[in-house]
Each structure stands twice: as C-alpha cells, then as structure tokens.
Design a binder for this molecule. Sequence first.
Ligand SMILES: CC(C)(COP(=O)(O)OP(=O)(O)OC[C@H]1O[C@@H](n2cnc3c(N)ncnc32)[C@H](O)[C@@H]1OP(=O)(O)O)[C@@H](O)C(=O)NCCC(=O)NCCS
Length: 192
Amino acid sequence: MVLRLELHEQRLDQDTLRRCHELAMAAHPDHRLVFWQGAAPADRVAPFGRVMGHVLDAPGAELQMASRAWDTAAVRAWEAGMGGRHLLVGAVVPSPSDEVVGATVTTVASWEARVAEQHDTAVLPGHRGGGLARWMKARQTLRLHELFPRVESVTVTVNQQNAPMLAVNRAVGYRLVRERLLVETSTHRLRT
Ligand SMILES: CC(C)(COP(=O)(O)OP(=O)(O)OC[C@H]1O[C@@H](n2cnc3c(N)ncnc32)[C@H](O)[C@@H]1OP(=O)(O)O)[C@@H](O)C(=O)NCCC(=O)NCCS
C-alpha cells in the first residue's frame, strides 16, 4: 500500500494576503466564522470534536491516524497535548446556532517562529462544496498573520488524491514543495 503525499507551503507575502482578503469577503449570510486560541470555549468543544471526527473522510486518512471519536474529553486531551505550541482554531458556525459545521487547525511553535503548521481541516458532509472551507482558511490565514506577524510561511501535508483539499489550498496560495511516499509493508517481508 502506497500513499502519495504532497508537502505544500503558503508564503504569507502580499500576493497571498491580498488573495485571502478577497476570499474572506465572500458572502455566506447563513454562516459566521468563530476563532479561538488554545482551549475551545465550553459550548464549542463537543461540536468541534464532531467536525474533527470527519477528518477521517479524507482519502487514506485511516492509514495515517487512529480512528477518531472526539468527545469533550478527547478534545481536552488533544488541547492539553499541545505542549508549548500556540493552537489556533477557526470554525464555521451556522447562524443562529451553537453548532460547528467546519473547522481548521493551525499551530505555531513560539512567538519567534517563522513557520507555522497547518493541520486538520474538515467540513461536515452536508455542508461541503459551498466554499466554506476556502472562506474559513482564507480568514484563518489573515488571523494567523495578525497574531503572528513574524510567521513567513505555513506548511501542510495533503494526500495527492484529496482533490477538494488541494483545490482549497491552491485557492489560498499554497504551492507544492515536494512529494513523499508513505509505504505500508508487512514486517514479515522486511525480515526476508
Ligand atoms: C476538504 C474539505 C474540508 C473541503 O471543504 P468544502 O467546504 O467542501 O470546500 P470548498 O467548498 O471551499 O471547496 C471545495 C473545492 O474542491 C473542489 N472539488 C470538490 N470535489 C472535487 C473533486 N472530486 N475533484 C476536484 N475538485 C473537487 C470544488 O470544486 C472546490 O473548488 P473550486 O471552488 O475551486 O471549484 C471537505 O471536503 C472535507 O471535510 N473533506 C474530508 C476531510 C478532509 O479531507 N480534510 C483534509 C485533510 S486534513
């Protein structure tokens, strides 16, 4: 079994920021964007966890991560495991409601860091294809730049088969840096 992974980089230059400003202006009258740093507000924890469970919908995700049923305790454990990293979460909320239908996660190692890491992004199945991920990721980029002006670029790894995620990332300025193969083989074969 082989997974083709692509490492992408988003340089936070004027071109990317202008592009993200334009995308962030998109009209989504039935939704709003909510952001938090560190631990999720109490009323967002469970719906955020439900959205993050859908990261497993990504092609090949089951090969890269354990199955995920993120209840409140699991979200809190994940947040606590960040160590000294700054955790930034952006979420799409249908208004008026306390639900979360999309979320994206970025971390920054320190206030001095020049590079940030983009992690999971997911939108609930019934809400996909309407531009919510692009809107959320564009605003998350602008917010990252405001909070961490020293950060010059963001990196992410995406499965080459994940066309929707690659399309969203291209739209917000990510460019391919290199490819990586993830190979699964039995340890029995390695011995022979
Ligand atoms: C990836 C994901 C977050 C996108 O959310 P979304 O709100 O549907 O994204 P958007 O509507 O903003 O954009 C989707 C883009 O993918 C494109 N797309 C959708 N299906 C596609 C396909 N099969 N082939 C090519 N492009 C496709 C759409 O055309 C759109 O691009 P465009 O606007 O340039 O045309 C969502 O599909 C998801 O949650 N997937 C499961 C989890 C996942 O894969 N996460 C990423 C790995 S961590």
